[in-house]
Ligand binder design. Sequence first.
Ligand SMILES: Cc1cc2nc3c(=O)[nH]c(=O)nc-3n(C[C@H](O)[C@H](O)[C@H](O)COP(=O)(O)OP(=O)(O)OC[C@H]3O[C@@H](n4cnc5c(N)ncnc54)[C@H](O)[C@@H]3O)c2cc1C
Length: 416
Amino acid sequence: MNYVIIGNSAAGVKCAETIREVDRQGNITIITDEAYHAYSKCLLPDYLSGDRDEDTIRIRNLDFYSQNRITTYFGVKAQKINPAQKIVALENGKTIPYDKLLIATGSRSFIPPIPGIEGENIFGLRNLDDAKKILQALPGVRRAVVIGGGFVGLEAAYALYSRGVELTVVEKLPQILPSQFDAKAAKILEKDMLCEGIRIITGNGIKEIINPGIWQKMFGKKGKGVRLEDGETLKCELIIVATGTKANTELVQGTAIKVNRGIVVDEFMQTDEPDIYAAGDVVETIDAVTGQRKLTPIWPNAVVQGRIAGLNMAGIQKPYTALVGMQNAVEFREIPAIAAGLTEAGEGLEEIVIENQAQNKYKKLVMKDNRLVGMILVGDIRQAGVYNTLIKNKIDISRNKEFLFKEDFNFGYFLA
Ligand SMILES: Cc1cc2nc3c(=O)[nH]c(=O)nc-3n(C[C@H](O)[C@H](O)[C@H](O)COP(=O)(O)OP(=O)(O)OC[C@H]3O[C@@H](n4cnc5c(N)ncnc54)[C@H](O)[C@@H]3O)c2cc1C
């Protein structure tokens, strides 16, 4: 059996490892357009800050591929797949035949169409090459602007700030972390970053990037910067674009495989083409809380999906049960925070909030039909695991609702 996996990250590596557990004989091939041994993208901010290096962001031992008898094509892009002939064509002209194929091509930075965005020293932060380019540019950088106040933008800002760069984060929406936290929770986290010395501008987008040629004409001296929608100009030598991601679905164009925002798969991670599976950031799966099909671009989901795909590719039928998104855990300066599931009020939802702004503590639990469906914890996140299990397993909380906010709340309350 020839198993071919495109993508050497959370989903691809887990899939290869799982196949090898089940099928000791089959040929496994991993193709990746990156030139590196598998590493964690979640640790890129730590690489940027200098807290980790290439060795300590790696997710498997150096002998992982040889131990598991995996053939690798590093630094080579898969250009096309041909489901009729069951081959993958690489950009170097080689073709690789498969019996079972996994597409685990992940996602890339979404670069918005801001005038001037193609200039120098403007980077996304999606892979190790991006991080290396940012570090290479740093010697000439005193000030940086991060476009986007989401999770990756704030982590990048904090990482560069810890290297002594003056940072401004610009978020178009009225709050930072708009997809994860509500306004009150975001305010506490924003305050935490401001105390550190990172400037945060919300409710104001970037109108244009003023590259050196235009800067010279405008101000009669060397420089570069951004102009905000309200007219303010910020001088900076480096810009990081963190305005979201886009699934890398191009490989399935021209095939019968259905794509919405991501590749559509069934519960066995199989696409519309027999013997082609997909997993990780590139797929849409059913959300554990809403039951709706959506992208769930977080590391743990990619790993579980890679494992389920691997089992099914190797002949063991096992369905995927969605996880509740826990990626929204942040801890920049001092205040830890986590959000999961539905975090904003909506039809049929009941929410209970306890807050102590002076102590930077905020807890919101969102319920529907006596089930917990979402949470935001800021300041004290010790009970995140318990709440997450209640959400994931849709446990009836009607008898225990009053205890949910107790400091010592745990599963014991359900057994009493
Ligand atoms: C800076 C940063 C911080 C993050 N922090 C967190 C976090 O704290 N918690 C969390 O849960 N998630 C986090 N994430 C998200 C997490 O990293 C992703 O969900 C995860 O990496 C998805 O894994 P994947 O295997 O689906 O795809 P990816 O990790 O995107 O890997 C896909 C790989 O396929 C390669 N590829 C694409 N197309 C081709 C092709 N045609 N041919 C060959 N190779 C190809 C890509 O180059 C890439 O190496 C973070 C992401 C970033 C960028």
